[in-house]
Each structure stands twice: as structure tokens, then as C-alpha cells.
Design a binder for this molecule. Structure first.
Ligand SMILES: Nc1ncnc2c1ncn2[C@@H]1O[C@H](COP(=O)(O)OP(=O)(O)OP(=O)(O)O)[C@@H](O)[C@H]1O
Length: 327
């Protein structure tokens, strides 16, 4: 269980805030003993994005999120949340940030609505006179209005997680930080959370959502950042990352020697021939031109394909997480 540090070191040179980003860190680092749990990361979460913060268990996601929320003191580096440098701007920033790290403690024998009432009452900034409206709005946003009167213990896992997000939305928020909100959920619960995050993003809320499974959040993310052993090994718009993947050519032919020679002449790089297959990187070359050159040289083409690795392949290559299984 990570510790919560009370005292914060002052930021020495906060620099200027970039209004394009809801979260901005520079060289953010956390060392536990001899372990660099977070190792100099430059996280950039654009405003209005759904940012998938990915990485295997133990790669440093939760520690990073805790530093972003002022729950853990960084060993080094800078952080800005909604333009506010931390720790100086922690309070004004956090008023606009909803978060779900371990989830609030809900009472099983109280209804979802009564649980929210208790949490709302604990917020000294909230106007008690408008509590009912806030709770109605929060239940409505997460699709729990019909189940608001039911006891929490009767909720499905997805409903419990949606109630936790409703709790994070009791006050107006510009940024929502969700640490592994789909962890332990069944496919239906995962869909519910995904759907909810997508609808919040449509309202303009920036969402940072962590997960160790790309497949669970890929559909809703506009951006991703990938952690591996404390380092941020990739980051950017999901479409750009997909585009950056190198296209691979695969040719099946009984004439591999001639085919390799022709493809090399055409400018295909990284050529390899194994059995009746030739593979290589075509770069910007067009498949129709390569096939024409092969046929002209009397290469018998049995199969020819241009393939771009999927984002999942990319994620696996970055993290080595081939078959992440939920614990
Ligand atoms: N308070 C702490 N004291 C010592 N080591 C810690 C502490 N908190 C985290 N760690 C270590 O730092 C590393 C990163 O942990 P972290 O929880 O940030 O990873 P994570 O990517 O969120 O993984 P998970 O999804 O399993 O929580 C792990 O090796 C963890 O054991």
C-alpha cells in the first residue's frame, strides 16, 4: 500500500503552463528505496482528450497518478494539473479534478443515493441546500437514476464502479482521473464504464484512465501513454501511433531468390527469405508497382500482402505483455 506524504517540496522552476494540456509533467520521478518506480516521465495529457495510461502491473501508473493528485511527494521533477503547478496550486487544481483511485468506501446496506448523500455532506464546500439536485444529476450522468434507491450491496460490479464515478462527479469537474476502473469487472461492467467515460468525454471533461489492458480502453481513447518499468516508452494520439507503425510486406513464391533481388532493386529494405516467404519493409513504395515488377521478372506470386501491425502488437512490443491476464 503506497504511503501518503503530507509535506511537499516546493517547485523550484515551475516554468510556464501550456494551456493545451490538462496534465503536464517534466522529469517526474519517484524513488522508493533503491527502486525508481517512476523514472523521469514527461506526461502530456491534452485538454479534452481521453488519455489511456497503459502499462503492466508494477510499471508505475498508480504512483504517477498519486503524484498527480498530491498524495505522494515526487523525488524529482515538475507537475501541473489544469495549469496549476503543484504543490503550490494543489487546492485550486483539485477542486476541478474528480478521481477514482481505490474508490470511496460505500456502505453496503445504504442505497446508492444515500451513499452519495453521505459523501456530499462530507464536502464542506458543497451547498447543503442544493444537495438533492447534485445527487440527482450525478446519478443521471452515470445512468443510475432507476437504481438510486436500491441498496449498494445489490449492485453489479459495473454499477458499483459507476456509483464511484458518480461520487467523483458530485462537484463540477474539468478532469477525471480513473485508476484501473475496469479492473475486476466482467465484460458487461467494463462496457458500462467504457460507455460512461465516452459520454463524459463528449461533455468536454478530460479523462485520464489507467489500465494494464489496451483492449479494454482502446476504443474510447484519443491518446495513449505506455509505461514500462517506470518509464514512459510511448505517448501520443492513438491515430498517430498507429500510423507510425512500419508496414511489412509478405510475399509467398517458389522463386524467392529472384523475388528478393527484384524487391531490393525496387527499394524494399530489411529483406528476409524463409522457405517460400519473403518479407521486407516497403516504406512508401506502392504494392501495385512491386507486384508489376515481380510479374515482369517472371516471379510466380502465390500471395502478396502489405500489413501494418495492430496497436495491440505495438503495445506488446513496447511492454512485452503478450497475454495479460487479470488477477
Ligand atoms: N509506497 C511504496 N513503497 C515501496 N514501493 C512501492 C510503493 N508504492 C509502489 N511501489 C512500487 O513501485 C512500483 C510501481 O508501482 P505502481 O503501483 O505505481 O505500479 P502500477 O503500474 O500502478 O501497477 P498496479 O497496476 O499493479 O498498481 C512497484 O514495483 C511497486 O511495488
Amino acid at each position: 500500500m503506497p504511503s501518503t506524504d503530507a509535506a511537499e517540496a516546493p517547485v523550484t522552476d515551475p516554468g510556464a503552463a501550456d494551456p493545451a494540456y490538462a496534465i503536464e509533467t517534466r522529469s517526474l520521478t519517484k524513488v522508493f528505496g533503491s527502486q525508481r518506480a517512476v523514472d523521469g516521465i514527461d506526461l502530456l495529457v491534452p485538454r479534452g482528450s481521453v488519455y489511456g495510461f497503459l502499462g503492466p502491473n508494477g510499471s508505475g501508473k498508480t504512483t504517477t497518478i498519486r503524484m498527480l493528485l498530491g498524495l505522494v511527494t515526487p523525488t524529482d521533477g515538475e507537475r501541473r494539473i489544469l495549469g496549476e503547478p503543484l504543490p503550490a496550486g494543489l487546492l485550486p487544481a483539485l477542486q476541478r479534478v474528480g478521481s477514482l483511485i481505490e474508490g470511496p468506501a460505500f456502505h453496503p446496506y445504504l442505497s446508492g443515493r444515500a451513499n452519495l448523500q453521505r459523501l456530499d455532506a462530507a464536502d464542506t464546500r458543497a451547498d447543503a441546500g442544493t444537495c438533492g439536485q447534485r445527487i440527482d444529476a450525478a446519478l443521471d450522468r452515470v445512468g443510475l437514476t432507476p437504481a438510486g434507491g436500491k441498496k449498494f450491496r445489490t449492485y453489479s460490479l459495473g454499477m458499483k464502479q459507476r456509483l464511484a464515478i458518480a461520487a467523483a462527479l458530485l462537484a463540477p469537474r474539468d478532469l477525471l482521473v480513473l485508476d484501473e476502473p475496469t479492473n475486476g469487472l466482467d465484460p458487461q461492467g467494463t462496457r458500462e464504464v467504457r460507455h460512461l467515460v465516452a459520454s463524459l468525454a463528449e461533455e468536454g471533461i478530460t479523462v485520464l484512465i489507467s489500465s494494464h489492458l489496451l483492449s479494454e480502453i482502446q476504443q474510447i481513447c484519443s491518446h495513449i501513454g505506455v509505461m514500462r518499468a517506470g518509464r514512459l516508452v510511448a505517448q501520443g494520439a492513438i491515430d498517430d501511433l498507429r500510423q507510425s507503425q512500419t508496414t511489412r510486406l509478405t510475399l509467398t513464391t517458389p522463386d524467392t531468390a529472384t523475388a528478393t533481388k527484384i524487391l531490393e532493386q525496387q527499394g524494399v529494405s530489411h529483406l528476409e527469405a524463409t522457405g517460400s516467404q519473403v518479407t521486407g519493409r516497403p516504406g512508401e513504395l506502392r504494392p501495385e508497382d512491386l507486384v508489376a515488377a515481380l510479374v515482369t521478372a517472371q516471379v510466380r506470386v502465390q500471395a502478396f500482402a502489405f500489413e501494418r501491425p495492430s496497436l495491440e502488437d505495438y503495445y506488446v512490443s513496447l511492454t512485452g505483455e503478450g497475454f495479460a491476464v487479470r488477477s
